[in-house]
Design a protein around this ligand. Structure first.
Ligand code: AMP
Length: 287
Protein backbone atom coordinates (compact mmCIF):
# COMPACT_ATOMS: atom_id res chain seq x y z
CA UNK A 1 0.00 0.00 0.00
CA UNK A 2 1.73 3.20 -1.12
CA UNK A 3 0.41 6.57 -0.03
CA UNK A 4 -0.89 8.83 -2.79
CA UNK A 5 1.05 12.04 -3.37
CA UNK A 6 -0.71 14.92 -1.64
CA UNK A 7 -0.66 17.95 -3.93
CA UNK A 8 -1.82 21.35 -2.68
CA UNK A 9 -1.00 23.82 -5.40
CA UNK A 10 -2.20 24.23 -8.97
CA UNK A 11 1.38 24.61 -10.28
CA UNK A 12 2.51 21.32 -8.72
CA UNK A 13 -0.60 19.51 -9.91
CA UNK A 14 -0.17 20.78 -13.46
CA UNK A 15 3.53 19.83 -13.44
CA UNK A 16 2.73 16.28 -12.29
CA UNK A 17 0.01 15.89 -14.93
CA UNK A 18 2.35 17.26 -17.63
CA UNK A 19 4.94 14.67 -16.62
CA UNK A 20 2.41 11.85 -16.83
CA UNK A 21 1.09 13.12 -20.15
CA UNK A 22 4.67 13.35 -21.44
CA UNK A 23 5.10 9.66 -20.60
CA UNK A 24 1.99 8.86 -22.62
CA UNK A 25 -0.06 7.94 -19.53
CA UNK A 26 -3.84 8.42 -19.40
CA UNK A 27 -5.07 10.41 -16.40
CA UNK A 28 -8.40 9.81 -14.64
CA UNK A 29 -9.89 12.40 -12.26
CA UNK A 30 -12.51 11.80 -9.57
CA UNK A 31 -13.69 15.16 -8.17
CA UNK A 32 -15.09 14.93 -4.62
CA UNK A 33 -15.80 17.01 -1.55
CA UNK A 34 -14.21 14.32 0.64
CA UNK A 35 -15.54 12.34 3.61
CA UNK A 36 -15.37 9.44 1.24
CA UNK A 37 -17.73 6.46 1.12
CA UNK A 38 -18.15 3.43 -1.13
CA UNK A 39 -19.99 5.57 -3.71
CA UNK A 40 -16.90 7.75 -4.20
CA UNK A 41 -14.68 4.68 -4.12
CA UNK A 42 -16.68 3.04 -6.91
CA UNK A 43 -15.80 6.03 -9.11
CA UNK A 44 -12.16 5.66 -8.01
CA UNK A 45 -12.22 1.97 -8.96
CA UNK A 46 -13.62 2.90 -12.35
CA UNK A 47 -10.78 5.35 -12.92
CA UNK A 48 -8.14 2.87 -11.71
CA UNK A 49 -9.37 0.36 -14.29
CA UNK A 50 -9.79 2.84 -17.15
CA UNK A 51 -6.76 5.12 -16.71
CA UNK A 52 -3.02 4.74 -15.99
CA UNK A 53 -2.96 7.36 -13.23
CA UNK A 54 -5.82 8.34 -10.92
CA UNK A 55 -6.17 11.71 -9.20
CA UNK A 56 -8.86 12.25 -6.56
CA UNK A 57 -9.59 15.88 -5.78
CA UNK A 58 -10.91 16.77 -2.33
CA UNK A 59 -12.32 20.25 -1.96
CA UNK A 60 -15.42 21.45 -0.13
CA UNK A 61 -16.20 24.15 -2.63
CA UNK A 62 -17.61 27.25 -0.91
CA UNK A 63 -18.87 28.61 -4.25
CA UNK A 64 -21.54 25.92 -4.60
CA UNK A 65 -23.11 26.44 -1.16
CA UNK A 66 -25.78 29.06 -0.55
CA UNK A 67 -25.45 31.38 2.49
CA UNK A 68 -27.99 29.35 4.49
CA UNK A 69 -26.65 25.95 3.44
CA UNK A 70 -24.49 23.38 5.25
CA UNK A 71 -20.95 24.46 4.25
CA UNK A 72 -19.90 24.85 7.91
CA UNK A 73 -21.21 21.45 9.03
CA UNK A 74 -20.25 19.55 5.86
CA UNK A 75 -18.26 16.54 7.22
CA UNK A 76 -14.49 16.52 6.68
CA UNK A 77 -11.80 13.94 7.54
CA UNK A 78 -8.77 14.19 5.27
CA UNK A 79 -6.65 11.64 7.18
CA UNK A 80 -9.30 8.97 6.82
CA UNK A 81 -9.85 9.88 3.15
CA UNK A 82 -6.14 9.53 2.37
CA UNK A 83 -6.02 6.15 4.12
CA UNK A 84 -8.95 4.88 2.05
CA UNK A 85 -7.38 6.16 -1.16
CA UNK A 86 -4.01 4.60 -0.29
CA UNK A 87 -5.73 1.23 0.17
CA UNK A 88 -7.22 1.62 -3.31
CA UNK A 89 -3.87 2.54 -4.91
CA UNK A 90 -4.71 6.10 -6.00
CA UNK A 91 -1.72 8.02 -7.39
CA UNK A 92 -2.45 11.57 -6.25
CA UNK A 93 -4.81 13.51 -4.03
CA UNK A 94 -5.30 17.09 -5.17
CA UNK A 95 -6.45 19.26 -2.29
CA UNK A 96 -6.50 22.85 -3.50
CA UNK A 97 -6.26 25.67 -0.99
CA UNK A 98 -9.23 28.00 -0.96
CA UNK A 99 -6.99 31.10 -1.00
CA UNK A 100 -5.33 29.93 -4.19
CA UNK A 101 -8.51 28.68 -5.87
CA UNK A 102 -10.52 31.78 -4.92
CA UNK A 103 -8.27 34.80 -4.33
CA UNK A 104 -10.09 37.88 -3.00
CA UNK A 105 -10.38 39.40 -6.50
CA UNK A 106 -11.61 36.17 -8.12
CA UNK A 107 -14.08 37.31 -10.75
CA UNK A 108 -14.68 34.63 -13.39
CA UNK A 109 -17.45 32.04 -13.32
CA UNK A 110 -18.58 29.37 -15.75
CA UNK A 111 -22.31 28.86 -16.19
CA UNK A 112 -24.44 26.31 -18.02
CA UNK A 113 -27.93 27.68 -18.62
CA UNK A 114 -31.27 25.82 -19.05
CA UNK A 115 -30.11 22.38 -17.90
CA UNK A 116 -29.01 23.94 -14.63
CA UNK A 117 -32.24 25.91 -14.11
CA UNK A 118 -34.73 23.25 -12.93
CA UNK A 119 -34.69 20.58 -10.19
CA UNK A 120 -31.86 21.37 -7.71
CA UNK A 121 -30.95 24.49 -9.70
CA UNK A 122 -34.35 26.02 -8.94
CA UNK A 123 -33.94 25.30 -5.22
CA UNK A 124 -30.29 26.31 -4.90
CA UNK A 125 -29.69 29.52 -6.88
CA UNK A 126 -26.06 29.75 -8.00
CA UNK A 127 -25.29 26.17 -6.97
CA UNK A 128 -24.51 24.83 -10.43
CA UNK A 129 -22.55 27.95 -11.33
CA UNK A 130 -20.37 27.08 -8.33
CA UNK A 131 -20.09 23.48 -9.50
CA UNK A 132 -19.24 24.26 -13.12
CA UNK A 133 -16.73 26.91 -12.07
CA UNK A 134 -14.88 24.63 -9.66
CA UNK A 135 -15.01 21.66 -12.03
CA UNK A 136 -13.52 23.82 -14.79
CA UNK A 137 -10.71 24.80 -12.43
CA UNK A 138 -10.17 21.18 -11.38
CA UNK A 139 -9.96 20.19 -15.06
CA UNK A 140 -7.36 22.84 -15.89
CA UNK A 141 -5.34 21.97 -12.76
CA UNK A 142 -5.33 18.18 -13.26
CA UNK A 143 -5.51 17.93 -17.09
CA UNK A 144 -7.36 14.60 -17.09
CA UNK A 145 -8.22 12.49 -20.14
CA UNK A 146 -11.22 11.15 -18.25
CA UNK A 147 -13.34 12.42 -15.34
CA UNK A 148 -15.85 10.27 -13.49
CA UNK A 149 -19.07 11.52 -11.85
CA UNK A 150 -21.92 9.72 -10.09
CA UNK A 151 -25.47 9.23 -11.33
CA UNK A 152 -26.46 10.04 -7.71
CA UNK A 153 -26.13 13.69 -8.76
CA UNK A 154 -27.91 13.19 -12.08
CA UNK A 155 -28.43 16.85 -12.92
CA UNK A 156 -24.82 17.67 -12.01
CA UNK A 157 -23.55 14.98 -14.38
CA UNK A 158 -25.82 16.27 -17.18
CA UNK A 159 -24.67 19.86 -16.61
CA UNK A 160 -21.00 18.82 -16.66
CA UNK A 161 -21.44 16.81 -19.84
CA UNK A 162 -22.95 19.92 -21.43
CA UNK A 163 -20.10 22.10 -20.13
CA UNK A 164 -17.56 19.76 -21.71
CA UNK A 165 -19.41 19.62 -25.00
CA UNK A 166 -20.16 23.34 -25.25
CA UNK A 167 -16.62 24.46 -24.40
CA UNK A 168 -14.98 21.68 -26.46
CA UNK A 169 -13.03 20.55 -23.41
CA UNK A 170 -10.67 17.81 -24.42
CA UNK A 171 -11.67 15.08 -21.99
CA UNK A 172 -14.19 12.31 -21.65
CA UNK A 173 -16.93 12.23 -18.96
CA UNK A 174 -18.07 8.92 -17.51
CA UNK A 175 -21.11 8.56 -15.24
CA UNK A 176 -21.13 5.65 -12.77
CA UNK A 177 -24.16 4.11 -11.00
CA UNK A 178 -25.42 5.12 -7.56
CA UNK A 179 -24.10 3.03 -4.67
CA UNK A 180 -26.66 2.35 -1.94
CA UNK A 181 -26.77 1.09 1.62
CA UNK A 182 -28.41 -2.31 2.14
CA UNK A 183 -31.77 -0.62 2.84
CA UNK A 184 -31.64 1.40 -0.39
CA UNK A 185 -30.47 4.76 0.98
CA UNK A 186 -28.12 6.39 -1.54
CA UNK A 187 -24.68 6.76 0.05
CA UNK A 188 -23.84 10.37 0.78
CA UNK A 189 -21.27 12.16 2.94
CA UNK A 190 -24.20 14.10 4.40
CA UNK A 191 -25.84 10.95 5.81
CA UNK A 192 -23.70 11.29 8.98
CA UNK A 193 -25.63 14.44 9.80
CA UNK A 194 -28.95 12.51 9.97
CA UNK A 195 -30.42 11.92 13.42
CA UNK A 196 -30.94 8.28 14.42
CA UNK A 197 -34.66 8.62 13.84
CA UNK A 198 -34.21 10.24 10.42
CA UNK A 199 -31.72 7.54 9.42
CA UNK A 200 -34.30 4.87 10.25
CA UNK A 201 -36.94 6.57 8.10
CA UNK A 202 -34.97 7.85 5.07
CA UNK A 203 -35.08 4.61 3.09
CA UNK A 204 -38.63 5.84 2.30
CA UNK A 205 -37.02 7.93 -0.44
CA UNK A 206 -35.59 4.98 -2.32
CA UNK A 207 -38.78 3.01 -1.71
CA UNK A 208 -40.83 5.80 -3.32
CA UNK A 209 -38.46 5.89 -6.32
CA UNK A 210 -38.59 2.10 -6.68
CA UNK A 211 -42.39 2.19 -6.49
CA UNK A 212 -42.53 4.83 -9.24
CA UNK A 213 -40.20 2.76 -11.40
CA UNK A 214 -42.50 -0.26 -10.98
CA UNK A 215 -45.57 1.82 -11.91
CA UNK A 216 -43.84 3.00 -15.08
CA UNK A 217 -42.69 -0.48 -16.01
CA UNK A 218 -46.26 -1.72 -15.53
CA UNK A 219 -47.59 0.87 -18.00
CA UNK A 220 -48.64 3.90 -15.89
CA UNK A 221 -48.14 6.95 -18.11
CA UNK A 222 -49.54 9.78 -16.01
CA UNK A 223 -46.61 11.44 -14.20
CA UNK A 224 -48.81 13.47 -11.87
CA UNK A 225 -50.51 10.33 -10.59
CA UNK A 226 -47.12 8.73 -9.87
CA UNK A 227 -45.75 11.88 -8.22
CA UNK A 228 -48.89 12.10 -6.05
CA UNK A 229 -48.38 8.53 -4.83
CA UNK A 230 -44.72 9.18 -4.10
CA UNK A 231 -45.53 12.37 -2.22
CA UNK A 232 -48.07 10.69 0.06
CA UNK A 233 -45.74 7.75 0.73
CA UNK A 234 -42.84 10.07 1.65
CA UNK A 235 -45.07 12.31 3.78
CA UNK A 236 -46.36 9.26 5.67
CA UNK A 237 -43.05 7.41 6.14
CA UNK A 238 -40.53 10.24 6.46
CA UNK A 239 -42.02 13.72 6.69
CA UNK A 240 -39.58 16.57 6.06
CA UNK A 241 -39.94 19.27 3.47
CA UNK A 242 -40.26 17.85 -0.04
CA UNK A 243 -38.48 20.35 -2.32
CA UNK A 244 -39.42 18.56 -5.51
CA UNK A 245 -40.43 15.24 -6.99
CA UNK A 246 -40.08 15.36 -10.77
CA UNK A 247 -40.25 12.98 -13.68
CA UNK A 248 -38.03 14.38 -16.40
CA UNK A 249 -36.60 13.62 -19.82
CA UNK A 250 -33.15 12.03 -19.31
CA UNK A 251 -31.37 14.45 -21.68
CA UNK A 252 -33.27 17.75 -21.49
CA UNK A 253 -34.29 17.37 -17.81
CA UNK A 254 -37.65 18.89 -18.76
CA UNK A 255 -40.72 17.88 -16.75
CA UNK A 256 -42.91 15.34 -18.50
CA UNK A 257 -46.67 15.07 -18.15
CA UNK A 258 -46.88 11.73 -19.92
CA UNK A 259 -44.43 8.85 -20.07
CA UNK A 260 -43.61 7.63 -23.57
CA UNK A 261 -39.98 6.51 -23.23
CA UNK A 262 -37.05 6.53 -20.81
CA UNK A 263 -37.33 8.98 -17.90
CA UNK A 264 -35.52 9.98 -14.74
CA UNK A 265 -37.46 10.26 -11.51
CA UNK A 266 -35.68 12.72 -9.21
CA UNK A 267 -36.40 14.12 -5.77
CA UNK A 268 -35.00 16.35 -3.06
CA UNK A 269 -36.12 16.44 0.57
CA UNK A 270 -34.96 18.74 3.32
CA UNK A 271 -34.78 17.37 6.88
CA UNK A 272 -33.63 19.27 9.98
CA UNK A 273 -29.89 19.48 9.13
CA UNK A 274 -29.63 17.55 5.90
CA UNK A 275 -30.88 17.99 2.37
CA UNK A 276 -31.05 14.66 0.53
CA UNK A 277 -31.37 14.00 -3.19
CA UNK A 278 -31.84 10.78 -5.10
CA UNK A 279 -33.01 9.61 -8.51
CA UNK A 280 -33.68 6.50 -10.54
CA UNK A 281 -33.99 5.80 -14.26
CA UNK A 282 -37.11 4.07 -15.56
CA UNK A 283 -38.56 3.00 -18.88
CA UNK A 284 -41.96 1.57 -19.83
CA UNK A 285 -41.55 -2.08 -20.76
CA UNK A 286 -42.14 -2.71 -24.46
CA UNK A 287 -45.13 -5.00 -24.93
P1 AMP B 1 -19.49 14.73 -3.55
O1 AMP B 1 -18.30 14.43 -2.69
O2 AMP B 1 -20.79 14.55 -2.86
O3 AMP B 1 -19.35 16.03 -4.29
O4 AMP B 1 -19.48 13.61 -4.68
C1 AMP B 1 -18.36 13.40 -5.50
C2 AMP B 1 -18.75 12.48 -6.63
O5 AMP B 1 -19.19 11.24 -6.09
C3 AMP B 1 -19.90 13.02 -7.48
O6 AMP B 1 -19.65 12.72 -8.85
C4 AMP B 1 -21.09 12.26 -6.96
O7 AMP B 1 -22.12 12.11 -7.91
C5 AMP B 1 -20.46 10.92 -6.63
N1 AMP B 1 -21.27 10.19 -5.65
C6 AMP B 1 -21.78 10.68 -4.49
N2 AMP B 1 -22.54 9.75 -3.89
C7 AMP B 1 -22.51 8.65 -4.67
C8 AMP B 1 -23.09 7.36 -4.60
N3 AMP B 1 -23.89 7.00 -3.58
N4 AMP B 1 -22.85 6.47 -5.60
C9 AMP B 1 -22.05 6.83 -6.65
N5 AMP B 1 -21.47 8.04 -6.78
C10 AMP B 1 -21.69 8.94 -5.82
Amino acid sequence: MSKPQLINTVAKMQAQSDTWRGEGLRIGLVPTMGFLHEGHLSLVDYSLSAADRTIVSIFVNPLQFGPKEDFAIYPRDIERDIKLLAQRGVDAVFKPQTVEFYPPDFSTTVEVTHLADGLCGAMRPGHFRGVTTVVSKLFTATKPHLAIFGQKDYQQAAVIRRLVRDLNLDLHIEVAPTMREADGLAMSSRNVNLTEDERRRVPALYQALAMAKRYIECGERDTQRIIGEMRSQIEKELGGDIEYISIVHPDTLEDLSEIAGPVVIALAVRLANVRLIDNISAEPSRK
